[in-house]
Design a protein around this ligand. Structure first.
Ligand code: PMP
Length: 438
């Protein structure tokens, strides 16, 4: 599988041109468009294990893994068989089904949530969790951290405004100021900022939402005890602590990001959100938490929430098959694989004198093109994105598909074997050189 340099991309280029004629920017989710790194996104026609194949017949080791879901690798035969069986029984009924119950049982068994409700995307999960938190507390304010992404939920597409550090303004056009008026945006890992916000607005704060381990500004682990501190601060003020595990859930560890701190330290979030891995590559996500809080949801309670395809039998079957196959051995393999790749990247960049920092949380990691470690979004923003773009394209030309942005986690799967790893390692020296001369 020695990729040629440069590979032919004429078929992807032709598809991208057709795509742009009928779809804004040619893509259905912005980061896919290569805006941050330039060039033509590869149109993928098939995938198997750790490998993607594009429309020109090029093969790539996949370090995106669909942005997290493909924990077992692509086209896992047992997941494929379970999905084929589900499809043969019909694809959606709009009635309750057994796979939903089984997947909910699996999630309840692995995490501290007592009840779980399924939705179709991580965005819906966080949107619904926030509505539930506001309904259950009778309060309006939502606290979030700069650099944490929770989907394209209007009140969460906020950024810290100037002046008063915490006063949020919309982070995109199309979101009215009124939608972010009750959102406070704080710097991550900053206890003082959290305490100040709760001191001034505590009685009006419905919830604080955070990624269990931020992965959407690159991987920025919480300082030791930070999540416990957030849980305790919320509790002291009658606010709810929402841990967003859409990316980390069943990925960072078998118990998600919570497995790295809460499970050891003995605290639990009030509400949690999940997505990605639990859908096994299909549109499925969830939010869950304490039974008394979840009881506020319709049909039992007064907080309305619903979905035509929620708990879809094909998606829940794929998720269930994935979680059942995600044994402790799988997480050990993911840990070892991530460790090998991290070490090789670090050594090669070091040898080429490219400033970099590798940050890790369980099986998740990312590479920042700057010397110092990164604690928050302001620091994540101070990296050499031109060096990353050069590194990215060299890796792509040598058969490795990295996330097309310096602000993303790198994802491995249980199918990343010696052949995949040696392809990555062989590609690194040229990419490090490209980064050094960018
Ligand atoms: N929360 C987190 C932590 C995420 O990483 C994402 C997606 N990257 C979302 C929410 C939104 O999920 P979705 O894209 O399925 O709407």
């Amino acid at each position: 599988n020695l990729a040629t340099t440069p590979s032919t991309t004429t078929a992807s280029e032709a598809l991208f041109e057709r795509a742009r004629a009928v779809t804004p920017g040619g893509v259905n989710s912005p980061v896919r468009a290569f805006t941050a790194v330039g060039g033509t996104p590869r149109f993928i026609t098939s995938a198997s294990g750790a490998w993607l194949t594009d429309a020109d017949g090029n093969d790539y080791v996949d370090l995106i893994c669909s942005w997290g879901p493909m924990l077992l690798g692509h086209a896992h035969p047992d997941v494929q068989a379970a999905v084929a069986g589900a499809v043969a029984r019909g694809t959606s009924y709009g009635t309750p089904t057994e796979p939903e119950v089984e997947l909910a049982e699996e999630i309840v068994a692995r995490t501290p949530v007592e009840l779980v409700r399924f939705v179709s995307s991580g965005t819906e999960a966080t949107m619904s969790a926030i509505r539930l938190a506001r309904g259950a507390t009778g309060r309006d304010i939502v606290v979030k951290f700069a650099g944490c992404y929770h989907g394209h939920v209007d009140p969460l597409l906020a950024q810290a405004g100037s002046g008063v550090a915490t006063l949020a303004v919309p982070g995109t056009s199309g979101v009215p100021v009124s939608s972010t008026a009750d959102t406070l945006v704080l710097p991550y890992n900053d206890r003082e900022a959290v305490l100040a916000a709760f001191e001034s607005d505590g009685p009006r704060i419905a919830c604080l939402i955070t990624e269990a381990v931020p992965g959407n500004m690159g991987v920025v682990p919480p300082a030791p005890g930070f999540n416990a501190f957030l849980a305790e601060t919320c509790r002291a003020h009658g606010a709810l602590f929402i841990s967003d595990e859409v990316m980390t859930g069943f990925r960072a560890t078998a118990q998600g990001g919570w497995g790295l701190d809460g499970a050891i330290e003995g605290w639990t979030p009030d509400l949690m959100t999940f997505g990605k891995v639990m859908g096994g590559g299909f549109p499925a996500a969830a939010f869950g938490g304490r039974a008394d809080l979840m009881a506020h949801l319709a049909p039992e309670g007064s907080v309305y929430q619903a979905g035509t395809l929620s708990g879809n039998p094909v998606a829940t079957t794929a998720g269930l098959a994935t979680l059942r196959l995600a044994t402790p051995e799988v997480y050990e393999h993911l840990d070892a694989t991530a460790h090998t790749i991290r070490t090789a990247v670090s050594e090669t960049l070091e040898a080429a004198s490219v400033p970099h920092t590798v940050q890790t949380a369980g099986t998740m990691f990312s590479v920042f093109f700057r010397e110092e470690s990164v604690r928050d979004f302001a620091e994540a923003s101070q990296q050499d994105t031109a060096a990353y773009a050069a590194f990215f394209h060299s890796m792509l030309d040598h058969g490795v598909y990295l996330p097309p942005s310096a602000y993303e986690a790198w994802f491995v799967s249980a199918a990343h074997d010696d052949r995949a790893i040696s392809t990555i390692i062989d590609a690194l020296p040229a990419a490090a050189l490209a980064a050094a001369t960018a």
